[in-house]
Ligand binder design. Structure first.
Ligand SMILES: *Cc1c(COP(=O)(O)O)cnc(C)c1O
Length: 385
């Protein structure tokens, strides 16, 4: 690893670069330190940590009493797959609201599982449309479920999950939410937003290490999924039933990840929960967007559609700009950015989440300015503008 370390003053305390990405993300030193233990899966202390983790996650969703938390090993996609595979029964049909890669991924999962689905797609820079959803649900009685992405990380766009939930509930259907990149930073309260299941992971806005996802599921809806899953490892009902019995995971738990997550959740609470965490990310996002616009860059999204999670910038039209060289230079200066994932325009992305604040955002902006100067890039306006 040593030869890859950034050598500038920007380097984080561990010497690792700052990850301005949609995950994995920069974690605090104390979260990393929490992993320096080997614990047995049947250990009483570890079982208590799991109980506390599940209770805290339900509380973050404002879902005490109505919902339960079922953790699942793996990256975030494992949890999305477990949710769709469990909640959409054979004979069910899910309408998926798509405006980016993560919506398309849900469709792909349904195709793998042989579950009937339809997509309702808006462009990557247009939020999902609750009125079109209303019309689709009125027109097709066979749709049993609606699946939506809260923040579509492909572009960084915020989808109107409250309005989607209102329409879905009024039409008597069941809502499944991929809240992976929003949970913990963008408010979503089960007392106001009706959903049957929501998934997120340990490593995005909650700033734990990667390694596990979780589902916040309405208890009666989860109970009704018994027998639906066609994957044993991803059977949320079975995972939940076993955990309720003895507090243990069915299969080897990601112990180090869970210890780190316990610490990350304590730090989340200390920061003031969703309001505090979201506030820091909004500040990060504002500094980033203002700074980049000051350098001449254009954001894909107008401010009112931008979630404070990750920002998409158009690639500059200047012929001297080359993304790989730009990326490598920033990496050497201690900042990792992310390529674009858009189909509509050439772009790159810079994340606002993880254990970073104003100092790191200003540091990244300085590194970007320096790099543009080194490359001789003068015009940061996109081709079309
Ligand atoms: C990160 C993310 C996922 C999960 O991705 P993994 O790479 O499997 O962790 C799913 N949905 C959204 C919206 C995401 O941002």
């Amino acid at each position: 690893m040593t030869q890859h370390r950034p050598d500038g003053p920007a380097a984080s305390p561990t010497g690792d670069p700052w990850l301005l990405t949609p995950g994995p993300l920069t974690t605090s030193a104390t979260v990393k330190q929490a992993m320096l233990h080997d614990v047995g899966s049947r250990d009483h202390g570890f079982i208590a940590v799991n109980r506390r983790m599940r209770e805290r996650l339900v509380a973050i969703a404002g879902a005490e009493g109505s919902h339960v938390c079922v953790p699942v090993q793996g990256s975030g996609t494992f949890a999305v797959e477990a949710m769709l595979g469990g909640f959409v029964p054979r004979g069910g049909k899910v309408l998926i609201l798509v405006n980016g890669a993560y919506g398309h991924r849900m469709a792909k999962i349904c195709a793998y599982y042989g579950r009937a689905f339809e997509i309702q797609e808006t462009p990557e820079d247009v939020p999902a449309d609750p009125r079109a959803l209303d019309a689709a649900l009125a027109a097709d009685e066979t749709i049993t479920h609606v699946a939506a992405v809260h923040c579509e990380t492909t572009s960084g766009i915020l989808n109107p999950v409250e309005a989607i939930a209102e329409v879905t509930a009024r039409r008597g259907r069941s809502l499944l939410i991929d809240a992976m990149s929003a949970f913990g930073a963008i408010p979503l309260d089960a007392r106001e937003v009706r959903f049957d299941a929501l998934v997120a992971s340990s490593n995005k806005c909650l700033e734990g290490s990667p390694g596990m996802g979780f589902c916040i599921a309405r208890r009666d809806a989860l109970e009704a999924t018994k027998g639906n899953a066609v994957s044993l490892a991803l059977d949320l009902y079975d995972q939940w039933a076993a955990m309720e019995k003895n507090g243990q995971w069915r299969f080897t738990p990601p112990t180090h990840c869970i210890l780190a997550f316990d610490q990350a959740l304590a730090e989340f609470e200390a920061e003031g929960g969703v309001a505090g965490r979201g506030g820091r990310y909004r500040d990060n996002c504002r500094i980033l967007v203002e700074g980049m616009r000051g350098l001449g860059f254009r954001t894909l999204l107008p401010d009112n559609l931008q979630a404070p999670i990750i920002v998409t910038f158009h690639t500059p039209s200047d012929p001297k700009f080359e993304f790989e060289a730009f990326y490598d230079a920033l990496r050497r200066k201690g900042y990792v950015i992310y390529p674009g994932k858009l189909t509509v325009a050439e772009s790159f992305r810079i994340g606002c989440i993880g254990r970073m604040g104003a100092e790191q955002m200003h540091g990244a902006l300085s590194a970007i300015k320096e790099t543009l100067d080194e490359m001789g890039v003068k015009n940061c306006m996109p081709v079309a503008a």
